[in-house]
Every structure is written in structure tokens, then in C-alpha cells.
Write a protein that binds this ligand. Structure first.
Ligand code: NAD
Length: 271
């Protein structure tokens, strides 16, 4: 069975629209990129469409050299007309920490800045990483998380690690196992899970044999196979478990939450 995230998406969208109607100005999101590859360009195009759909002001800045990236990030961080800054990553020639040194955590709508991730460890974050937050929202919408065995496949700083932290928070209290490329007997571990979150970026990694009937499977993966976008979870898994679709699952909610973060920043800036 596929999990329909459309009602959750509409709920987030309606809340954004309602909050935006109370602002005096239209919130603004700026994306900063440098030497973007084709997939980054295509992602930015879809982000621009989403921003328009939500009624936000949107701009893409393409730097012509790496020091221009840092200068732009400093300027945007100070700019009172800008509420959110999105930085495409990885950026060629630029160390990620250097990028963060020049980006205000208050406009880091992706929740990737070390300050925001540090606050997340204390359960006191203003911006959580959008994809991890999307997974939590979907789970909270379909099940009770407390006490559940959650297996996360993938330990990245953008998805796996922050998600584990969010699910461990006392008001959620899941029992979390994080798996990665060196994990032995992955199938044995996933078979014991109530909830599996696949965030490895490997098409078809999760098969029917790895999943318990009636478990919930959240597919974060985005892979291109034969020109088609597919997740990390094989289609057959939805015959026995509840699975989020790709596309139109986690990605849809992640985008909505990114826009919600821009509005949240605008509210804080008394827009
Ligand atoms: P990443 O490459 O930084 O991390 C992948 C993680 O998966 C690593 O920790 C690695 O150890 C683990 N892994 C890889 N192969 C594995 C295997 N065979 N068995 C067990 N563990 C394995 O990737 P990321 O940035 O975390 O993204 C993961 C996937 O999620 C990608 O497909 C990405 O495109 C997608 N993604 C989707 C969204 C969304 O909104 N839906 C957002 C961000 C990322």
C-alpha cells in the first residue's frame, strides 16, 4: 500500500498561506550556486516553481568564482529583505565549513548550519534539516512513534543522523538503529523494524524479503534509473507494507517545509 502524503502537504500549504496573509511583506528566498551541474540546475528550476506556487519571492544567484559565493552569503545574511538562503551543495572549491562561517544560521532554512544542528541535539532547534523533518511529519501523520523500532538506512548529516536525533527526542521516544555501508546483516536488522527509513541513495536496496508485513517504509531515496526517478525501495515492498511513493512522497513534504522555514524566518524578522 502506498502512503498518500497529499493531505499532509495540503495541511502544510494551508498553514503557510494563512501565516503569509498575516505578514506585511512577501517573504524572500535566495538560492546561491556556483558551477551548477545539470541536476543542480534542474533542482533549482523545480525549487523556483515551488516558491512561485507558495507565493514567495525567489531569486537564484550564480557566482562566477568561489570568493564571490562567500561575499554573497555575507551580504544576504545581513540583507533585511531576505528571509532564507539556500546554498546548493557540494560547492566546488569550497569547504563546507567555510560556507557555514559566512552564512547566518538565522537564514539557514535547510537546517544544515552547525549552530542549527547543535540546537537540534538539545531538542531546541529553530530550523531542523528539512528532509529529516519531512520524515518525522509523515510518520507522525500515519502512526504512533513512541516505543517503535525504527531502522534508518543511511547516516548522512542531512538525513540519517539528524533524523535519528529527532526520533530519539523524549516526546517521540523511538528506539533507533542507524545502518550504513559497513552494517552487517542489514536484512536481519530491517526485518525486526516497525519502521524503516531508506536514505541510502541506492535504487532498489530495500526488497520484500527485508521487510516485515505491516511495517511502515519511508523512502527518502532519489535515484535516476533509465531516465526515471526511483527511490531506494523496490516497488514490490508496497505489496506487504505501507510505503511512501517516489516521486511525490518525502520530496513533496521536504519542499513544503523548506518554504515553511522561509515564512518562519519572515515571522521572526517581523516582516
Ligand atoms: P549520502 O550519500 O550523503 O548518504 C548515504 C548514506 O547511505 C551513507 O551514510 C551510506 O553509508 C549509506 N549507504 C549507502 N549505501 C548503502 C548500503 N548499500 N547499505 C547501507 N547503507 C548504505 O546521501 P544523502 O544526502 O543522505 O541522501 C540519501 C538519498 O536521499 C539520496 O538518494 C538523495 O538523493 C535522497 N534525498 C532525498 C531528499 C528528499 O527530499 N526526498 C532530500 C535529500 C536527499
Amino acid at each position: 500500500m502506498l502512503i498518500d502524503v497529499k493531505p499532509l502537504y495540503s495541511e502544510i500549504k494551508n498553514s503557510i498561506m494563512d501565516r503569509m496573509s498575516k505578514l506585511k511583506k512577501v517573504p524572500k528566498l535566495v538560492a546561491v550556486t556556483y558551477k551548477p551541474d545539470p541536476s543542480t540546475i534542474s533542482y533549482l528550476k523545480s525549487q523556483e516553481k515551488a516558491a512561485k506556487r507558495f507565493g514567495l519571492d525567489y531569486e537564484i544567484f550564480e557566482a562566477s568564482n568561489s570568493s564571490e559565493v562567500l561575499e554573497k552569503l555575507r551580504n544576504l545574511s545581513e540583507d533585511k529583505s531576505v528571509n532564507g538562503i539556500f546554498v546548493t551543495h557540494p560547492l566546488p572549491e569550497l569547504d563546507e565549513m567555510l560556507v557555514f562561517e559566512n552564512l547566518s544560521p538565522e537564514k539557514d532554512i535547510e537546517g544544515r548550519h552547525p549552530y542549527n544542528l547543535g540546537m537540534l541535539m538539545y531538542g531546541n532547534e529553530f530550523f531542523a534539516p528539512c528532509t529529516a523533518e519531512a520524515v518525522v511529519k509523515i510518520l507522525e501523520n500515519v502512526t504512533e512513534i513512541t516505543g517503535k523500532n525504527v531502522v534508518i538506512i543511511g547516516r548522512s548529516t542531512t538525513v540519517g543522523k539528524p533524523l535519528a536525533t529527532m526520533l530519539l527526542r523524549r516526546d517521540r521516544s523511538a528506539t533507533v538503529t542507524v545502518c550504513h555501508t559497513k552494517t552487517k546483516n542489514l536484512a536481519e536488522i530491517t526485518r525486526n523494524a516497525d519502521i524503516i527509513v531508506a536514505a541510502a541513495g541506492k535504487a532498489g536496496l530495500v526488497t520484500k524479503e527485508m521487510v516485515n508485513a505491516d511495517s511502515i517504509v519511508i523512502d527518502v531515496g532519489i535515484n535516476v534509473v533509465d531516465g526515471k526517478i526511483v527511490g531506494d525501495v523496490k516497488e514490490e515492498v508496497s505489496e506487504i507494507a505501507k510505503v511512501t511513493p517516489v516521486p511525490g512522497g518525502v520530496g513533496r513534504i521536504t519542499t513544503a517545509l523548506l518554504m515553511e522555514h522561509v515564512v518562519k524566518s519572515a515571522e521572526k524578522m517581523n516582516f
